[in-house]
Design a protein around this ligand. Sequence first.
Ligand code: BTN
Length: 241
Amino acid sequence: MLHFEKLTSTNDYAKHILANNTPNDGTVILADFQESGKGQQGNKWESNEGENLLFSIILFPKNLLATDQFFLNMAISIGILNGLEKVLRNNKLAIKWPNDILVEDKKIAGVLIENSIEGSSIKSTIAGIGLNVNQQKFEVNFNSISIKNNTEQHSDLQDILEILLKAIEQQYILLQKRDMLKLKNAYLAKMHRNDGEYYWYEANNIKFEAKILDITSSGKLILEDKSRQRSEYIFKQVRFI
Ligand code: BTN
């Protein structure tokens, strides 16, 4: 594990390592503070210094086709969720597609996965994880929650990290053993809004009600609207409202 007081972004540092060396599978880069933490879709990831977990794991998935890349997202998000189940007081945890971890419908962790692809396969992966641990107020994103908000107790960051890394490793082993069905079933079982009910979505500036049917191996969300029309969406194409 590489631990820094300050980095621009642990994902960017992992990229720098990968460009110069061949690190071990599972190398962790941890920072107390990020000067330009990255979120999904070009967003920023804001975190108070020393209060939360900000880390990236470098992974080398075996024989994983780029078209199957979502199994990685599944392994990481189920791992985080399983780890959090051990530390949170109430277990209303869910994964909001593609990989936000929610507690009571508020976001406790975000994941930014950056894959490097060679030919048709994934050569290496940087799984960047931001988990709100001891921060209590979130000015930028009011829909956030932390472990402390949930448990009303201060947590030791190193303890939480260990629990999380163990839980993520278990899921990564399933991926390496190609137990894709188990990963997918676990993901679907914990997926936010995946209860057969209709919810509101917005795509192409149109609001509609739909239910979740499935996700594809590449990570598309399959929705069915009330007229039984099915559509597949990549992350940027559809908004949960
Ligand atoms: C999101 O939900 O938008 C994803 C957030 C991912 C944040 C983590 S913090 C550690 C790692 N380094 C980064 O720059 N981003 C990820």
